[in-house]
Structures are given as C-alpha cells and as structure tokens.
Design a protein around this ligand. Sequence first.
Ligand code: IMP
Length: 171
Amino acid sequence: MQPRSLISAQDIAARVAVLGREIAARLPDGALTVVGVLRGAFVFMADLVRAIPRDVRCDFLGVRSYGAATETSGVVQITSDLSLPVAGQHVLLVEDIVDTGLTLRYLLDLLQAQGPASLHVCTLLSKPSRRRVEVPLDFVGFEIPDRFVVGYGLDVDQKYRSLPYVAVVDE
Ligand code: IMP
C-alpha cells in the first residue's frame, strides 16, 4: 500500500489559518476549551490552537470505536476522559474526520450532558456521502469523497499518522 497525496501540507496550513480566524470570530467571548479526540486529531489540534488568536484551554478525549478496521460500529468506548470540567465553558470539539457521524453523535451527547455554555464542532475532514446520522459541523476543513485517508494524524493500523499531508491508501 502506497499513500498518494490528496491534500498537500501547504493546502492544510492555509485552511487551518482560515479556520482559526473563523473560530475566534464566531465563538462567543469568554474562556474557550478546545477538546481534541485522540488519537487522530492530535496533529490537527496542535496546528489549530496556534491559529486561534485567543486564549484557549486544551483537553483531550481518548476514544476507541469497535468495528471492522476501516469502519466504526458506532459503539464508542472512552479510553481516557477529560481532565478539565466543561460545565459553563465554551467548548470546541476537534475531530480528525467525520465519516458516518456515529462517533461524533456519541461524543456530543456525552459533552452536552455536562452542561457547557456552548458546544461547537471543528473537523479537519468530512465525508458527507457516508453520513448515517445528522451531526452539526460548525467548521469543516475539507469535504472529501468516500475514500479511506491517512496522514496528518489519521492512521490505518497505526501507520501513516506522521505524514505531513492527507493521503489516499491504494488497495
Ligand atoms: P464515524 O463514527 O463513522 O464518523 O468515524 C469516525 C472515526 O472513524 C474517525 O475519528 C476515524 O478514527 C475513523 N475514520 C473514518 N474514516 C476514516 C478514514 O478515511 N481514515 C482514517 N480513519 C477514519
């Protein structure tokens, strides 16, 4: 399997800069807690928080979803919980990719139950054609076709996370 570039590092950097400014402009004033979904979102989140020109608190949710290697079953297990309280906070949930939407639906319900002041979602990638449940995406880096992608934090069997660009893996 040889990954082929789909979105270059330059295009990602340019889009992340725009997203950072949009997030700062559109989210309500006040303390902002950015919650990254591990492990796929760690690279995106590291770049994104540096592009948001306001103070942010950073936290992470570790998630494992059961299913076939390249598809979620929608059954989500939290492998590591938040370390900061989100009640009364403006929260931005940062995802690497929204595919069926099942993982995000679960995480939004989980966070909403903790009483944040507001809850928004930013995802680097979205595959709209694969959606099985409606999920609100406030900020989307790129919409992509129904292809399995790796790089910039995303993996297949823990490989390719450190590629600086997003790539398609040829079968
Ligand atoms: P969903 O619950 O179907 O929306 O899937 C969300 C999760 O599945 C993501 O956070 C990824 O971990 C994984 N995933 C879905 N599509 C891809 C892909 O193309 N490459 C790598 N991981 C993916």
